[in-house]
Design a protein around this ligand. Sequence first.
Ligand SMILES: [Zn+2]
Length: 442
Amino acid sequence: MPLAGNGGYTVRRYTLDFDWRAPRTPFAAGATVEATATQALSRFDLDFAGNTLHRVTVDGARAAAERAGDELVITPARPIPRGSAFTVRVDYTADPTLRRHRDDAIQDYGWTPTPDGTVICAQPDGARLVFPANDHPSLRAPVTFRITTPAGLSAVANGRLVGTHRRPDGRVRWTYDSEEPIAAQLVQMAIGKFTFVDSSGPRGLPVRDVVPDGLVSDTEEYRSLTREHLAWLERRLGPYPFRRYGVLVGDTDQPVALETQSLSVVPKDDLLGDRVDAERNLVHELTHHWTGDSIALRRWSDLWLSEGHARFYERLYSEEHGGVSLESAMRAAYEQHDRWRHDDGAPAEPTEATLFRAMRYDGSALVLYALREQVGSRAFDRIERAWVTAYRGRAAGTGDFVALASRIAGEDLRPFLTPWLYGSRTPPMPGHPDWQVDPVED
Ligand SMILES: [Zn+2]
């Protein structure tokens, strides 16, 4: 996705204003982008698509703004010198029905209207449907959300509720602070008739689930497992890397959960069915907070690191809690691996069209399984702990992982991992000479 993100500046903070009205009603919105120029800028781009643009200013002065595909090309009245701070304000009318579809994913993405509100699923490049952003998975900035709702509805977003303010007309402004820098693809902003359910995780970690009023008791059984999931993952990956967590129950028929930072969105159907499936999904999104959220993707081709880890720990947890064994799941993935290499690209070599196909999930968990078989589970556990510690709060990619794994294991793992990650044929599985790959016929 070579056009994702923009050069020439770094964003220091986004402040987003949403004067929200109803699930499908356009409403007034604005974004204030505080940035620092990393080179002299006579013009620069933000990623922004759809919506109705009204006005762009840079440091308070009207700026020329042109739409070009998903780019908003901004020409300030005066060039911005290298190294200087500047503030962009974009006023627009937001369209809360804006969505896009990918052929490799089972859900649409962007704005997701619910019966009485909205949730956001921006991954991979839908943040630009919600606000003007430097929309690249490696680029992060803190976000302040100022969301105004009709009386009787609540708003939530990533991070901490700073406060609420009731206006004379009865509408309520909710202010949230993401607390940590966040990649645009992991932004959450949801509105609805919500109940906030507070609990705590290990060491008093604040946990706040956000649940549509009518779904509180029906989803309680599985939501209450978060404490156990946190403790289980902390035993493997060390301390949870953010200041709070929670599950946002999505009142939508979209079947996919998403690791929106500090507040994973999980569709209601995931929490109303089979326990083994529910726990897999909950542990998957929680695992992403170590791998994918805290460790950001250097680029989209590194997605296998995020989804592969989430799937690996999801399956490891499930094996211990009534699900199928990791080994049998990995054997089934091994059989499919040449097929997936052919159809989806090798684990670390997706194309834009195959990014979210099976190879990035079980196909990539299989690479981690192969690594564990190769180095042994004790060395593997040390690699994993070192990975989430060394790159906590940073962006990292495939080369970083291979180098770190080699250092921790005390052997150069490039000759082993390169064919697994990039080859056109699936290598033999260490320790399982009887495992066979199904042949691929064109
Ligand atoms: Zn995932």
